[in-house]
Structures are given as C-alpha cells and as structure tokens.
Design a protein around this ligand. Structure first.
Ligand code: ZN
Length: 132
C-alpha cells in the first residue's frame, strides 16, 4: 500500500502505522469524546504508547484553536463590522461546536507525528509502541 501524507492521514483519523485502522471508537459518544481502542484493530499499534502520551497534543490543540478563533474574531470585527459582544457570542458558539473536532484532531495529529508509517505493519501484527 502506498504511503499517505501524514497530515491527510491525521485528518482521516487513521492509524499512523498501517493507515487503515480507525483511531477512535465509532460511533461518537458525548460521554467519551476521546474513546480510543487500546490497539489498532488492523496492525496492533498501541494507541497510548506511554502514560500521558497525549499531553503534547494539548499544545497542538491550543495553537490550532487559538489561531482559528483569532481568525473568527477578525472576520466578525473587521470584515462583517459586528460589535464586540456579537462577535464574542458568535465565537462562543463556534468554540462550542468545534471543541470535539479540535480535541480529536490534535490527538490524531500528535500520534501521526510520533509514530511512523510501516508498509508491512499488517503482516507483522506485533504490538508496537512507537513503530521503530
Ligand atoms: Zn494500524
């Protein structure tokens, strides 16, 4: 199987090692927003290679959401010429509706940065922490 770009793979929320298994348990549940299986169902890649692995994804989430929300505020205030209160109201609605998206996306990008693609992962089926 050809290697997919890791950014595209992260957006598809697929396992970074085999690029086939889903990172999150389907369907989505509000009570468990970051419910991930222990291993990839296809290649057995561990989804939490070490305790506190996703601590770093918090910083990614902060960077992405801060710039996204800054853009929303700029759009409301400068382009649509809304008042500050109306812009903040819109921002709160956008922030509330994109919360789970940024949460999952930052985790997906984080594990896609840390774990390398392995074209033979499906055949190996050994439990891997970081894939190297
Ligand atoms: Zn996998």
């Amino acid at each position: 199987m050809a290697k997919r770009n890791f950014i595209v793979n992260a957006f598809m929320k697929k396992c970074p090692r085999c690029q086939e298994g889903d990172l999150f348990v389907q369907p989505f549940e509000f009570s468990k927003p970051v419910n991930m299986p222990e291993h990839c169902p296809v290649c057995k890649q561990k989804y939490e290679p070490e305790p506190g692995f996703y601590y770093g994804s918090m910083f990614l989430s902060y960077i992405f959401s801060a710039f996204f929300f800054l853009g929303i505020m700029g759009l409301c205030l400068i382009f649509f010429k809304l008042s500050l209160n109306a812009s903040m109201g819109i921002l709160l609605l956008v922030a509330g509706s994109t919360y789970f998206f940024f949460l999952r996306m930052s985790r997906s990008i984080w594990i896609n940065i840390m774990v390398k693609f392995d074209p033979d992962a499906k055949e190996k089926k050994d439990v891997q922490s970081f894939g190297y």
